[in-house]
Design a protein around this ligand. Structure first.
Ligand SMILES: Nc1ncnc2c1ncn2[C@@H]1O[C@H](COP(=O)(O)OP(=O)(O)OP(=O)(O)O)[C@@H](O)[C@H]1O
Length: 335
């Protein structure tokens, strides 16, 4: 049987002292819009990018008028983060801010460490033998790997939706109720309070209308797309303010994918979302900012270590990337 060890973290010298995890409050639903860099509609194509695959943005953004600050107002940050699996360094020197009420897409070729970074953000990698995070990852300024921080608390505040829908073998209702119950959260108002919470979460996940008449039926009776929206609703039930999504649509057809994307855009009003996707059209459609990663072979070992190449507004990444490697990837020349 495998032995599971807890991932450890070494802080850089800039490590600062932060208040207890328990003191943090959820961010409000306030808009991030400020004067600054224009959103998708404002970004014109620039010279030198004519080789980019125009179809990437051809389907259009779903939020043409959204304006964003030129720099993200970070809810989570990675600072000089390296992630190891044993001796293997999977990711190196990642510094990245994840803006409040924004969707950030992590894109790049297979094996460049996108999922590794995602799992490090809410300490899911703690359960992987030999996994180790160096550098600093913060949530509202607090070190996620701080000695006094409970990983369960981190995962409650930074929820995760996986590639394949994974509802519990329970009723639709109990899938939602399970989270708060299992972590001992007392939902105010008893049974009717829980009923309200179930409705609220299913509504936010755009599933309520489809399931309100069959809440006691098994979640397994739902379609794949509905199951994935149920998993999103389940994540919301423990009141996170960041939602990590690891290729949440890769097992879904285009219509179910579209429903999830609509759901993400609606959730963005209240949550910060970080999505790993192989689908560049998806990043172009929904992400406010996009981070492009690649992997380089290390001299000697030949191990391929992931690194962040470029992070910018999504329209800039797709229409006028600063780095040739981004341009090559976006235009399909490698990866
Ligand atoms: N549990 C693990 N143990 C050891 N190595 C791992 C583990 N998980 C991932 N890796 C390695 O870390 C590197 C980054 O993997 P990761 O899955 O994060 O990349 P990715 O960019 O998400 O890839 P993909 O797009 O194919 O999902 C790869 O070399 C992978 O083999």
């Amino acid at each position: 049987m495998a032995t599971y060890t807890t991932a450890t973290r070494t802080s850089p010298s800039t490590h600062r002292s932060v208040p207890s995890f328990g003191t943090f409050r959820r961010g409000g639903a306030g808009a991030t819009a400020t004067a600054g860099t224009a959103g998708a509609a404002g970004a014109a194509g620039t010279a030198g990018t004519a080789t980019l695959d125009a179809s990437v943005l051809a389907q259009g953004r779903r939020d043409q008028l959204r304006e964003l600050p030129s720099k993200p107002d970070p809810v989570m940050s990675a600072q000089e983060v390296d992630v190891y699996y044993g001796d293997f360094r999977a990711l190196t020197k990642v510094s990245l801010d994840f803006g409040k009420n924004e969707i950030t897409a992590l894109i790049g070729p297979s094996g460049c460490g996108k999922s590794t970074l995602l799992r490090s953000l809410n300490r899911m990698n703690d359960t992987v033998p030999g996994a180790r995070v160096e550098g600093l990852i913060t949530y509202h300024g607090q070190d996620v790997y701080g000695a006094d921080v409970d990983p369960i608390d981190v995962r409650r505040r930074v929820g995760m939706v996986f590639q394949r829908p994974n509802p519990f073998p329970k009723s639709i209702y109990d899938n939602i109720a399970f989270g708060p119950t299992s972590i001992g959260t007392k939902v105010p108002g008893g049974k009717s309070g829980m009923d309200d919470l179930v409705e609220e979460c299913l509504t936010k996940a755009a599933l309520w209308d489809e399931v309100k008449g069959k809440l006691k039926q098994s979640a397994y009776g739902l379609s794949g797309g509905q199951q994935q929206r149920l998993c999103i609703a389940r994540t919301l039930a423990v009141k996170p303010d960041v939602i990590l999504m690891d290729e949440p649509c890769s097992a879904l057809d285009p219509i179910a994918t579209s429903r999830i994307e609509d759901c993400m855009l609606a959730l963005r009003e209240d949550y910060t979302i970080i999505i790993v996707t192989h689908n560049m059209q998806q990043a172009a459609r929904v992400a406010d900012r996009t981070a492009f990663f690649t992997a380089l072979a290390e001299e000697g070992s030949g191990d391929r270590t992931g690194l962040l190449v470029e992070h910018d507004l999504t329209t800039n990444i797709f229409r006028s990337p600063r780095d040739k490697r981004t341009e090559d990837y976006i235009s399909g020349r490698f990866g």
